[in-house]
Ligand binder design. Sequence first.
Ligand code: SF4
Ligand code: SF4
Length: 424
Amino acid sequence: VSTAARVSHLIDNSALATAAHSLDLCVHCGFCLQACPTYLALSDENDSPRGRLLLMRSVVEGDLSINDPTLQKHIDRCLGCRACESACPSGVPYGHLLEATRATIATTRPIPLLARVTLTVMASRVLRGMLFFFARLLRGSGIARWLSRVPGKPGLAFAMLESTRCPLPQRGYNAVGNGTRGRVATLTGCVMAGLFEATNHATERTLVVNDYQIARAPGQGCCGALHAHAGDIERARALARRNIEAFEESGADAIAVNAAGCAAMMRDYGQLLERDATWRARAVTVAAKTRDITELLAASGPRTGSAIPCVVAYDAPCHLVHAQRVTRPPLVILQAIPGLVVSALPDADQCCGGAGIYNLLESSLSREILTPKLATIARTGATLIATGNPGCIMQIGAGLLHAGSRVRCVHPVDLLDASYAEAR
Ligand code: SF4
Ligand code: SF4
């Protein structure tokens, strides 16, 4: 009898009950264990993908309460990095099952206060505008850099803010292209728009240089990824609907996203709204148009700029490599920049421990997961780490700052843009 046929009445009509049929895909082979950062750090089967799937199945079958603190602890500790999906030969959609479990937990246990405040701010244009205005003041005044040396959580928070400063010289230029590759709208995002404004400008300029036209989508906002990952599924759906409308109105052929976590979420809009008859088809269309920025740039060559002589190592964001299965395009971008030496980073596809707001909620485990990556980075001889996700830039960047390293994090598009600026 399938798991879906044995759903306990205790979780009737819940997100987990709806997703329960996917639990049957797991054959308990354990191939995913060595890919799981929390299992590697804690050596506890309950903190592995296979163990968590078993916990989910126990809830579905009524053997374990959704209110069980042990269940909640092991689900909370999951990074949602989806490395287990890449390792799984059976195609278990772990990420969807995790979101469904968290959404079901959120119906009986309030989302932690820090997460609730963060999610409320990100969903509100006014609140996040105010937050990022003050954050930019702290960063611009040098206070963030100075306070990043303070030990503990406060210092780490300032180090994360300081790491959003682009380490490359900022030189705008007049981007020119023939626009023959089609109309592209860009997701400006929440954190990207607030703290990575240089990368958002670089994204538009590099698209234009590579012959794309920019389509405007002024009604857009946060993609809802942080909300979906935390179990706030209704707010994630509301944010998705707003973006779908905005990108439809833009008339774009494609949607370029420079934050891996956001692109992964947008590619899932069809699934997020699959039970909404009004929005389902529209969500599927927008999801199909969504591309990581490096995919669009790699498809056009990309055009070559001037030399940027330095050594860079590439770290693959989990939501690019595992959730979207995009592996080559970021390397194509970096290798197209003259003078840039790309040094191999062992275990580049292992999670850095950032995982959205995980580093705020599970800070000590997050640091433990980051530590081996910092040691590996030190051995590459790179002066820059390129990675295409704001959470990864902030997590790795803060870790490097705290460790007193001179290595800095940068988005691959910033490097390509700097190469174009140099050429002009
Ligand atoms: S999502 Fe990442 S942390 Fe969670 S079970 Fe899968 S591999 Fe482990
Ligand atoms: S690899 Fe896939 S099938 Fe095997 S235990 Fe892990 S989730 Fe289950």
